[in-house]
Design a protein around this ligand. Structure first.
Ligand code: M6R
Length: 588
């Protein structure tokens, strides 16, 4: 949801901004822009609809600059709506949503202001310009006081060369220090190779960069002492040899699992033991793919630890007035750690006294900082919008947590716990089915829709497989518990309609095979994904590497991820940049 960057550097400030913007582009690629403040005190802006690559060309001179990559909220993707926005001596980039922008805009229009864009963001820079009396920081601070909603902003002022003032509320912002350069940025991976040290900005704080000095401030201008930490190696993304990011990220699954397991082994669960042992209820909150991982966890834990687990999609959690309170545990799952709906659910749970465990791929994220126990996945930076390796790593971390919970409740680990060691090699073996899956995609490339079914935990894998196809291949794909097929969805099945079944739970496999046979009897093209060879006569059968049944979702999703990627490529789309979507959903 938009990425912002600010940089002060004597050498190649423009190049540094462009390089960070390219890495931030997955946050939105509707438009991109850069503003540079030259030594002569003039702001120059280059902004364009479309990709960051549109900004390439002769460098813009200047040693302080800001940049933006946009995921449109207010106003269509266009050159005019692209950031930075300019008013008087100021230029601004913004990530977030100003909820009271209509009222502010009306007030500014009444005062004679005119607007060049349809964005909420332009209102902020107009406010700053009107409030300015020679005090750069004071004007930004006073403007922010008028804003409702979420924002991370970086601002340039022509009267202050080599300075940037930033403010943050509910949208992510990180400060970074590199060799001869000072940065602010929406996320850490975009600063890889540029900043050696980073420090997250908290809500309500401001960052004032002057030359290479980075000063954190409160609203009254007083300094906030901060400790910067070294930027870790694993924040870097997958190295892309050829093909799409998504393919590279699928290939990284085994490595991500090994690193995640290593981290979990060294993690001290003792502080969480009391909360987990005494947990009255356990809740999970997450969105999209992360929610599917949470559902698989909830299903497993309820069976193994015999405690009620309520899995809610984060965007609904707080509106349902949940029965959460002291003594309960909330597990929040988020790759980015910045998903606004998930963060709001966590804030509510904390207010009500629940113990919060976070599973996130972003060490410095807001979610990690909000949690009592932050658990890390070390998938490496995930750039493709469609989540893949982060999902497998989330499952691993959640299974590990489930095993710890069982141990704290029953003084014994579940039987499958040691088999987590075999997860990475099993995933590696799952890659062996890619050729077969690529053929399947070729066969189904003209189909307009498909259905996914599964029973028990397999239904969550089915849901994840369908989400991937919707998201990047733009096909109507849905899922349901296999037993539900005959309660309505079967009506959709006609000659050649593809129905995919995931069947890894042995006790349920025969029943799933029955559901698939019912679909086939009505003309469906049936595909089966299982570690067993069981009778059923599916049109396509993919044999999965075996793990203990409880852990099968770790591998069974891999052919489905790959299938979606192939379908997308065959249909001529870019799997890394699906239309209308952004990687990190930092607005509600
Ligand atoms: O960063 P998060 O894990 O919190 O993101 C949640 C969802 O937005 C995300 O999983 C989304 O569903 C993926 N793009 C699906 O592939």
């Amino acid at each position: 949801m938009c990425g912002i960057v600010g940089c002060v550097a004597k050498e190649d400030c423009y190049g540094k901004l462009l390089s960070a913007l390219e890495k931030l582009e997955y946050r939105g690629y509707d438009s991109a822009g850069i503003a540079l403040l030259s030594a002569g005190g003039k702001i120059a802006v280059r902004k364009k609809k479309g990709a960051v690559a549109n900004l390439f060309g002769a460098p813009v001179a200047g040693s302080a600059g800001i940049g933006h990559t946009r995921w449109a909220t207010h106003g269509k993707p266009s050159d005019e709506n692209a950031h930075p926005h300019v008013a008087g001596k100021f230029a601004l980039v913004h990530n977030g949503i100003v909820e009271n922008f209509a009222a502010l805009k009306a007030e500014l229009c009444a005062a004679g202001e005119t607007f060049a864009s349809e964005t909420d963001s332009e209102v902020i820079v107009k406010l700053i310009a009107r409030l300015y009396r020679g005090d750069f920081f004071g004007a930004v601070q006073a403007a922010c006081e008028r804003l409702e909603g979420a924002y991370a902003v970086a601002v340039l002022c022509e009267d202050f060369p080599d300075e940037i003032v930033c403010a943050k509320r509910r949208s992510p912002l990180i400060a970074g220090a590199g060799c001869g350069a000072a940065y602010v940025c929406s996320d850490v991976p975009a600063l890889c190779g540029a900043a050696a040290f980073v420090c997250p900005v908290e809500d309500g704080e401001f960052v004032h960069i002057r030359g290479c000095e980075i000063c954190f401030k409160r609203a009254d201008g007083s300094a906030v002492p901060k400790v910067f930490c070294r930027l870790a190696e694993e924040e870097k993304g997958a190295e892309r040899a050829a093909g799409s990011r998504m393919e590279a990220e699928i290939a990284e699954i085994p490595r991500g699992l090994s690193r995640t397991l290593g981290w979990l082994r060294a993690c001290d669960f003792a502080p969480a033991a009391r909360a987990l042992r005494g947990a009255g209820r356990l809740f999970t909150v997450a969105c999209g793919t992360a929610h599917h991982a949470a559902l698989a966890f909830g299903n497993l834990l309820a069976r193994e630890a015999r405690i009620p687990v309520l899995c809610e999609t984060a965007s609904e959690f707080r509106y349902g007035d949940p029965l959460i309170g002291a003594g309960d545990v909330l597990v929040a799952v988020s790759q980015s750690g910045e998903t606004a709906d998930t963060l709001e659910a966590v804030r509510l749970a904390r207010e009500r006294g629940a113990y919060v465990i976070a599973v996130t791929n972003a060490e410095h994220s807001t979610l990690a900082r909000l949690a009592d126990l932050p658990l890390r996945t070390l998938a490496g930076a995930e750039v493709a919008v469609a989540a893949t390796k982060s999902y497998n790593c989330q499952l691993l971390a959640l299974y590990y947590l489930a095993a710890q919970t069982v141990f704290f409740k029953r003084a014994a680990f579940p039987a499958w716990f040691p088999a987590l060691e075999g997860a990475a090699p099993a995933c590696e073996r799952a890659f062996g089915c890619f050729e077969q899956v690529a053929d399947l995609a070729e066969r189904l490339r003209e189909k307009p829709a498909m259905y996914y079914i599964g029973r028990g935990t397999d239904r969550f894998t089915a849901a994840e497989g369908a989400l991937k196809v919707r998201e990047i291949a733009y096909l109507f794909a849905e899922s349901c518990p296999a037993g539900e097929l005959k309660h309505g969805t079967l009506a959709l099945v006609e000659e050649g309609f593809p129905v995919f079944a995931v069947a890894t739970a042995r006790a349920l496999a025969a029943k799933t095979a029955n559901s698939l046979a019912e679909a086939k009897a009505r003309g469906a093209f049936t595909a089966l994904f299982s570690q067993e060879d069981f009778a059923g006569g599916a049109d396509f059968s993919c044999r999965l590497p075996a793990l203990p049944e409880a852990l099968m979702p770790l591998v069974s999703v891999i052919p489905l991820q790959y299938f979606a990627c192939r379908m997308c490529l065959l249909r001529g789309f870019d799997p890394d940049r699906p239309r209308n979507l952004a990687k990190s959903v930092t607005v509600e």
